[in-house]
Write a protein of this length. Structure first.
Length: 280
């Protein structure tokens, strides 16, 4: 394990502060500081950026972000047992780490940060998708953040980056690909974590596009896509019939055959369909 800072190794930190991993909090810790520094680098140039980290735990990734030059890290951690370990990091990097003890789902920390803002986190798996959807669906676009670098279960990472025709393709892929460039930048086996989870993981990097790839009303697009994939095996003329009495006309006007199924339709045509339905 390399010495990225003068702080003790993470195993020692965990022992000293009694942070035995709790399954209920999705605690699978990264203990290799080389790896956490690598994930921090995958977030891009951190110099001059404020970083939001959700779930710092004992602080492995936090230390990576700070040693890689983040201007400031705002970390939200639910587990109060981690606070003394995080306070040690704060002392080692004066004025650069702020920790909020709370539930990331209940706090909107973005307003406390100054752009440019990047979000980087080894997310607790039980709230990862919900947080991602929130970050991808702000009221105004472009969002306040410029990139997201997030750890997910590999299966979720594949759903985010899926293309039409694949089983993994659905709402998450369309939501992510409409307004960001999203790609898997690192695969990690269960053994990279302590304790090892049951499944493999992957880091996905998202860069916010200045504007959506194709024009469409965000709420309507989300509704159309959710309705289409709710019954993904049905033909669209049937799954979407509740959206308009003239659904077949709207589908044809969007270069979609009424007999097509949701998983065959690319983002461009979902946006065309949304525009057609919005104009009625
Ligand atoms: N970042 C650390 C690392 O890479 O080793 C820990 C990652 S661990 C997968 C997820 C962390 O999120 C845990 O420290 C857990 O306590 C914290 N957590 C779980 N639910 C949370 C919530 N709702 N809000 C904030 N933190 C949460």
């Amino acid at each position: 394990m390399s010495q990225i800072d003068a702080l003790p190794p993470l195993r020692t930190v965990i022992e000293t502060h009694g942070i035995a991993a709790k399954k209920s909090l999705g605690q699978n810790f990264l203990l290799d500081l080389n790896l956490t520094a690598k994930i921090a680098r995958l977030a891009g140039d951190l110099t001059g950026c404020d970083i939001l980290e959700v779930g710092p735990g004992p602080g492995g990734l936090t230390r990576g972000l700070l040693s890689e030059g983040a201007r400031r890290v705002l970390a939200i951690e639910k587990d109060a047992r981690c606070l003394p370990a995080l306070a040690e990091i704060s002392t080692a990097y004066p004025g650069r780490l702020t920790v909020i003890n709370g539930d990331a789902l209940a706090i909107d920390p973005l307003e406390h940060l100054t752009p440019p803002i990047r979000i980087c986190a080894n997310l607790p798996y039980n709230i990862g998708t919900e947080l991602l959807v929130r970050w991808l669906t702000p009221d105004v676009w472009p969002p306040i953040w410029s990139s997201l670098t997030l750890m997910f279960q590999r299966e979720v990472a594949q759903r985010i980056t899926a293309t039409p025709g694949s089983k993994a393709y659905g709402r998450l892929a369309l939501l992510a690909q409409w307004r960001t460039d999203a790609s898997i930048v690192l695969d990690l086996p269960p053994e990279a974590f302590s304790p090892p989870p049951k499944v493999s993981s992957a880091v996905v990097h998202f860069t916010a596009l200045p504007e959506p790839r194709f024009p469409a009303n965000a709420k309507m697009l989300s509704h159309v896509v959710a309705t289409a994939f709710n019954q993904r095996r049905k033909m669209l003329r049937s799954s979407l019939k509740g959206l308009s009495p003239d659904i077949e006309d709207h589908l044809r006007a969007s270069a979609i055959a009424p007999t097509d199924r949701a998983e065959q339709i690319d983002l461009e045509r979902f946006c065309a369909l949304t525009r057609s339905l919005s104009n009625t």
